[in-house]
Design a protein around this ligand. Sequence first.
Ligand code: IMP
Length: 197
Amino acid sequence: MHALIFATNNQHKVDEIQSLVGIDFTIIPLKAAGIDIDIPEPHDTLQENAAEKAGTIFKLTHQNCFSEDTGLEIEVLEGAPGVKSARYAGEGRDFKANIDKVLQNLGAKKNRAAQFRTVICLIWGNATDGFKTYYFEGICKGHIAIEMQGEQGFGYDPIFIPEGASKSFAQMTMDEKNKYSHRQKAVTQLFDFLRSK
Ligand code: IMP
């Protein structure tokens, strides 16, 4: 049995990842680990932010842990909102305001190609052999809808339609979203790696 602290306060991410975990893994969210901090995401890349989050939790706990950082990358907006996805419309991290800003910036543009990209940072090892840092990436390609569709999920889910689907992430159950999602792809690699250890 592998126990891993997941460096996030986002319950949606915990639920999504928990639903992918086999019985051979226990995921411990920050709250359950008794850690009550808002981890900063000050960097210009998803990888650096993921490393910052996992590194912060490892310094506090000295236990195996992982974090993830995700961005929505829109082609005609040159990759924006990208690493700034959570705060695209300001520090309030307001999902609706972020969506409104994306739809406004895209206007009636024909090219609505976009992708979600997740980077996971894992700090893994033991006190005898030491700990190492590993990265895993998952990408989900798709496009931005003309308007919001659906109520499920979080963040940009109501305006993101993954390739091969005809509805938005917010119109899917969690299991359906997990068949396509960036997070599922990165998490699958993480668990494959851990199972190989
Ligand atoms: P972070 O990884 O917590 O920094 O996430 C950045 C932002 O991206 C979140 O606040 C959400 O707005 C958005 N986001 C991350 N993952 C998803 C997802 O699976 N669906 C929709 N939006 C997401």
